[in-house]
Design a protein. Structure first.
Lengths: 288, 378
């Protein structure tokens, strides 16, 4: 059995006093896996990432990346991770190429594949332009390229598609999937449940520093959603709506009848969305 | 994919990045050479010599010869007597209302019968005119000089008539100058200005560096550095080198353009390196302390301006307040004056260099602590 790339065990952190920003959380992420970290603002997502990337020292618990302790071996860990921040923290008066070359040097890479990286994020034609002239979407794509400059084994992505147009969002999502296929472990924090649903192999719900759930989106939906379908039929001039409970003994008969009816208009599953499950479990929305 | 990044490689990469950013900052690129040129021009416009002569106007004119003889003899360069035929012209000359080649700062109007009255032991009155700026000590010295003149005339009479000789034997007086006698070789004002100009340029650079650090913190690019193999100490070292390099280059240009290096150029260079390092640490403290760019700019002025104060003490000789001696730049400025103005060697400035280096270490330690706390709070 392959050892998990990210191992988090009973991790806690408090900024001041005893108010815990992260409260005894444990999880693992395997190579090639995308873990969606879902939670509202202030839930503890960014604090967790800061501890895992060596920016903060945990108050309690342990975290290992590629078998290395993030506190004891932070420099060795940082050499093998890529981080894409929510803030567009690029050097604005430097060009896209200069930004990437500078970060590559910090990793000891003398000849980084700058052209290839810019090509992947669709910025080849703007490589020589200063970042101050870039749109928000272009900056976000460059942030993504920067996170990949050392071909990392672990990617931490904090709201990577926040504020992007649909085309840019899609481009970034394809890169994330490609990195996971390459074998990188990806920890993705997002407000966007559709993005988490589309990309993540598993999702973790975090609220007020605590982990409330950790599973595949499908299993969470099955576990927390209703096992029923809603059928709409036209009967003469009227539209009739029926709910068929799938666990009921007569469910098969009812569905057969509905499908065979001439007046069948629509059939919908009553599967819950990730956001609805989050609210159900925490009593709080993701946008809060 | 990743190589093995060395600390030197990381620091070098950050230094090159900072220099590139600095070279693209239009404000500083414009201000830096402008300030440099302005300072150099001001230096060369200032007088290159010191006028040590005090000109005393005397009325009536014949008193001039007598006064000069008693005051120190003919040919004394420090005192020049200018005779005036009329007392009102003497007063006007001291008031600056007459167009004269040389300024007369003190005027003494003797009554026409001064000598006769003194020798007869009768009361008489002498009027002294002084410029408003003449210090009280000089005014008292002139009054003493006039009394001395009267005693001298009495003594001259006594020698002619021993019966009335004064029962006083005047002591011989010897003046011993402690240290180097700089009478007639005073250091010109602009020479004294050199350390101050150097410190001002260094503090300007400290403010520029503070801006660079503040922008890095404000835009969170600092955070992006610290998730790579770069450590806070690497960033601190890199910023220190960048700031010191920028300060060093400018001050070396300034001192070269004002011909300040002289034969002990290596000592001057050593002091500039220490000063540049100090300015760099100050810039980093200021840059790490502000909440945003504007508060950093204001804060860096608050930090940097007091550090120029010790340089002012070189312009106005006299006892320096104790608190000024505790300023980080005091040792540096004193050493600069000793080397640049008086040509003293390393042994004479070793203590000052030592205190300046100690301050640099303390300031860098403070900068590291402040920067680390600031970055952790991001």
């Amino acid at each position: 059995m392959t050892k998990p790339v990210i191992e988090v065990s009973h991790l806690s952190y408090a900024y001041r006093g005893d108010q815990l920003a992260v409260d005894d959380i444990s999880f693992e992420v395997n190579g090639g896996e995308i873990l969606g970290f879902l939670g509202p603002n202030g839930a503890g997502k960014s604090t967790t990432i800061k501890m895992l990337t060596g920016q903060l020292t945990p108050r309690a618990g342990e975290a290992r990346i590629l078998g290395l302790d993030v506190t004891q071996d932070s420099t060795a860990v940082q050499a093998r991770i890529g981080v894409c921040f929510e803030e567009k923290n690029l050097y604005l008066n430097m060009t896209a190429v200069e930004n990437l070359q500078f970060y590559a040097r910090l990793f000891g890479i003398k000849r980084p594949p700058v052209d290839e990286l810019l090509g992947r994020v669709g910025l080849s034609d703007r490589s020589g332009d200063r970042v101050e002239r870039f749109s928000k979407g272009m900056r976000q794509r460059l942030m993504m390229a920067r996170a990949l400059v050392n071909q990392p084994d672990v990617l931490f992505l904090d709201e990577p598609t926040d504020g992007l147009d649909p085309v840019s969002s899609q481009a970034v999502r394809r890169i994330i999937e490609a990195e996971a296929e390459r074998g990188a472990a990806v920890l993705l924090t997002t407000h966007d449940m559709h993005e988490a649903d589309e990309l993540s192999h598993r999702v973790a719900f975090i609220n007020e520093g605590k982990l409330h759930a950790l599973d595949t989106p499908d299993r969470l939906k099955l576990e927390h959603g209703k096992r029923s379908v809603k059928v709409r039929l036209r009967q003469g001039e009227e539209v009739v709506e029926q709910t068929v409970e799938l666990d009921a003994p007569e469910a098969g008969e009812k569905l057969k009848a509905a499908v065979g009816s001439d007046g069948l208009m629509t059939i919908h599953t009553e599967e819950a969305s990730l956001e609805a499950i989050f609210i159900q479990m925490t009593g709080r929305g993701l946008q809060g | 994919m990743s190589g093995r990044p060395s600390r030197a490689g990381i620091i070098g990469a950050i230094v090159l990045k900072d220099l590139r950013e600095f070279s693209r900052d239009r404000l500083w690129i414009l201000l830096t050479p402008l300030a440099l040129v302005w300072v150099i021009v001001v230096f060369w416009l200032l007088p290159s010599s010191v006028d040590e002569t005090i000109r005393v106007g005397l009325h009536p004119a014949p008193m001039g010869h007598l006064f000069q003889t008693l005051a120190g003899g003919e040919g004394e360069e420090a005192l020049q007597v200018v005779p005036f035929e009329a007392e009102d012209r003497l007063e006007a000359a001291v008031a600056g209302e007459l167009e004269l080649d040389e300024e007369v700062t003190i005027g003494i109007a003797f009554p026409d019968d001064f000598v006769a009255q003194v020798q007869a032991g009768k009361p008489t009155k002498v009027t002294v005119y002084v410029e408003a700026e003449v210090p009280a000590e000089i005014r008292r010295a002139v009054s003493s000089g006039i009394r001395e003149l009267a005693y001298g005339l009495q003594a001259a009479m006594a020698l002619k008539n021993p019966v009335t000789a004064l029962p006083v034997k005047l002591p011989e007086a010897e003046t011993i100058v402690v240290g180097e006698d700089r009478a007639g070789a005073q250091v010109p004002f602009r020479e004294k200005l050199r350390p101050m100009l150097a410190i001002i340029m260094l503090m300007m650079e400290a403010i520029a560096l503070a801006g660079l650090v503040a922008v890095e913190i404000e835009r969170r690019t600092f955070t992006a550095l610290l998730v790579t193999p770069a450590r806070t100490s690497d960033v601190l070292a890199a910023k220190g080198i960048t700031g010191a390099l920028l300060g060093l280059v400018q001050v070396v240009v300034l001192l070269a353009a004002t011909r300040s290096f002289g034969s002990q150029w290596w000592l001057v260079l050593l002091l500039v390196v220490v000063g540049a390092a100090m300015a760099s640490a100050v810039g980093m403290i200021a840059g790490s302390s502000g909440k945003d760019f504007m508060s950093t700019l204001f804060g860096s002025i608050i930090f940097a301006v007091p550090l120029i104060i010790p340089a002012f003490s070189t312009l106005f000789p006299g006892s320096v307040s104790t608190w000024v001696k505790w300023m980080p730049t005091y040792g540096l400025v004193t050493a600069m004056v000793d080397v640049m103005s008086y040509g003293r060697g390393f042994a004479a400035i070793a203590w000052h260099v030592g205190t300046a280096v100690a301050w640099v270490v303390v300031l860098f330690a403070a900068a590291w602590l402040i920067l680390k706390r600031r970055v952790e709070a991001l």
